[in-house]
Design a protein around this ligand. Structure first.
Ligand SMILES: [Zn+2]
Ligand SMILES: [Zn+2]
Length: 389
């Protein structure tokens, strides 16, 4: 490398560290809020209105923000502070956190780490509430929102790596809207700051670690609830083949809570569905008996009965809102029973299987390599560096 390239790599490296430190997350995304309350939980906050310092507050302060015309009206219980187009709550300490509660419409209290900025959407009808938060604290909030608080440290490590990988692969998803990611499942669920100490340990012990494929691209870290005993090739669900999202046999999830399901519908509904939607010859008794005795004894299939018929199981799953495509069909009198396995699309990591593996003392690296083929763990700061080589 010549001097210029070295400098360039170095600058990118610095930039990357800068970017990695904080994330701008839009919170309360799914609600149309016209008034809410902010209050520090820990530490002290400097409160800015349109860039000017208005006041400072510790946990005794409560501030209400309400949309009024084209501006945000800022008040305490005692007095009106003023009207602004942007308000910033800047934490003075690294471990500062705050509470936020929507008043119109009424919703429960949530808490978050670090800073908050408040603006209005371009049409001035909605708040744009953005939590500027340390990346790893954001990851901890996501891990807890996505996997709950009743699993093990090793599983939290794994989930932290996957959530971080997802974040970096989608870091500019909302950049034109003035933030980076939203707190909804559209990006990743981020409903609160973490509460569980093991979640934080899992995040810190894997700090900065992400998963890449053999070309050093961040992987699409797909996961689902339970695969029913076999995961699915990505191309069978999303029509895109990837080197690491390959079907694997999974015995770890088969006695977990979402391993089996059943759904019953009238036989007549099944007949008319096959006839109307798929032009299936339901009047042919032999072919109709195939459609009422379907099974997948040798592992997951992509198509119903026969590939030639071109009826994807994922279409049937969507049309009847079944938990998975891994089902059999059986007739009982004038009813049709779907007996199914697993829950979710089945691609990538099976959460219940992974939780069971973690309980059986498999390491997060073993679990990762079991569900994703030929992947590597790297530090996020190395990504740009490798790409330039
Ligand atoms: Zn989003
Ligand atoms: Zn599984």
């Amino acid at each position: 490398m010549n001097k210029k390239t070295i400098l360039f790599v170095f600058l990118l490296f610095l930039l990357n560290i800068g970017n990695a430190a904080t994330v701008n997350v839009r919170i309360l995304t799914t609600k149309v809020i016209s008034s809410f309350i902010f209050s520090p939980l820990n530490g002290t906050y400097i409160i800015y209105g349109d860039g000017n310092v208005l006041t400072e507050s510790d946990a005794s302060g409560i501030f209400q923000m309400t949309i009024e015309g084209d501006s945000i009206l800022l008040k305490t219980f005692e007095k009106t502070i003023g009207k602004y187009s942007s308000i910033k709550m800047q934490a003075k300490e690294n471990d500062a956190s705050f509470k936020i509660k929507s008043v119109i419409p009424e919703s429960k209290v949530r808490s978050y780490d670090n800073h908050l900025t408040v603006e209005l959407s371009p049409n001035k009808k909605q708040f744009l509430i953005v939590n500027r938060v340390d990346q790893e604290k954001y990851i901890a909030g996501v891990v807890e929102s996505e996997s709950g608080t009743r699993t093990s440290l090793e599983y939290y490590k794994l989930q932290a790596i996957l959530c971080r990988t997802y974040l970096l692969a989608h870091i500019n998803r909302h950049v034109l809207e003035g933030f980076q990611v939203c707190d909804d499942v559209h990006c990743q669920a981020y409903l609160n700051k973490h509460k569980e100490e093991d979640v934080w340990k899992g995040v810190i012990e894997t700090r900065g670690m992400v998963v890449v494929d053999s070309d050093l691209n961040l992987i699409t870290a797909a996961f689902h609830s339970n695969c029913g005993g076999q995961t699915v090739n990505s191309q069978d669900v999303w029509a895109v083949s990837t080197s690491y999202l390959k079907s694997v046999k999974d015995t770890f999830c088969v006695s977990q809570s979402h391993a089996k399901w059943q759904r019953t519908i009238p036989l007549e509904d099944w007949r008319s569905y096959l006839q109307l939607k798929h032009k299936y010859p339901v009047d042919d008794s032999l072919l109709m008996s195939n459609a009422t005795t379907f099974a997948q004894p040798n592992g997951r299939q992509v198509y119903f009965i026969d590939k030639e018929l071109r009826i994807p199981l994922k279409t049937i799953r969507a049309d009847f809102q079944l938990k998975s495509t891994y089902f059999s069909v059986e007739q009982k009198g004038d009813m049709i029973v779907f007996n199914g396995k697993g829950y979710g699309h089945g691609v990538g990591l099976c959460q219940e299987g992974a939780m069971k593996m973690a309980k059986l003392n498999y390491s997060y690296k073993d679990i990762l390599k079991f569900y994703y083929k030929d992947v590597h763990l790297v530090d996020q700061t190395a990504l740009n560096y490798f790409r330039l080589e």
